[in-house]
Design a protein around this ligand. Structure first.
Ligand SMILES: [Cu+2]
Length: 157
């Protein structure tokens, strides 16, 4: 009986220790059309470790490279840039990768990403060990483009 109790206590300790680490939630990748060479993926990254970390990128069988990108406003035009040094993941915090912000980018897609399937992506961190997540592919419309006034004339076809 005493031994059983000790085992239960140990299991409890292990249970709480398992909460440490980097946890990926709500991940999804945008469905692509045939011939597209790039694709994006988004997720929430909870860093439940005691120190800050960085998401450096990753790899996936569906793409030649997996990079981390952000969007920067370049004289009013939103452009994507690779994040040098990785996406910062503050200790104890959630970092959101979402359309228009930080995102995972599939570079050199080897095939179409179809709605309903799941693609494996191995995420690489600066400190934590790599982890592979299964990312469901969803057909989510892109956020509405910024509405620029082009003066009309140039767009009169
Ligand atoms: Cu990108």
């Amino acid at each position: 009986m005493k031994k059983l109790l000790a085992t239960l206590v140990l299991a409890g300790v292990c249970g709480s220790a398992a909460a440490a680490g980097i946890h990926i939630q709500d991940q999804w990748a945008r469905a692509t059309v045939e011939g597209m060479k790039m694709g994006g993926a988004f997720m929430n990254i909870h860093n439940d470790n005691k120190k800050a970390d960085f998401l450096l990128g990753g790899s996936s069988p569906v793409a030649e490279r997996v990079e981390v990108h952000t969007h920067v406003n370049d004289n009013g035009v939103m452009r994507m840039r690779e994040v040098k040094g990785g996406v910062p993941l503050a200790a104890g915090e959630n970092t959101e990768l979402k359309p228009g912000g930080y995102h995972i980018m599939f570079m050199g897609l080897k095939r179409q990403l179809k709605e309903g399937e799941t693609v494996p992506v191995t995420l690489k961190f600066k400190h934590a060990k790599s982890q592979t997540v299964q990312i469901p592919v969803k057909n989510v419309p892109k956020p509405a483009a910024h509405n620029h006034d082009h003066g009309g004339a140039a767009h009169a076809h």
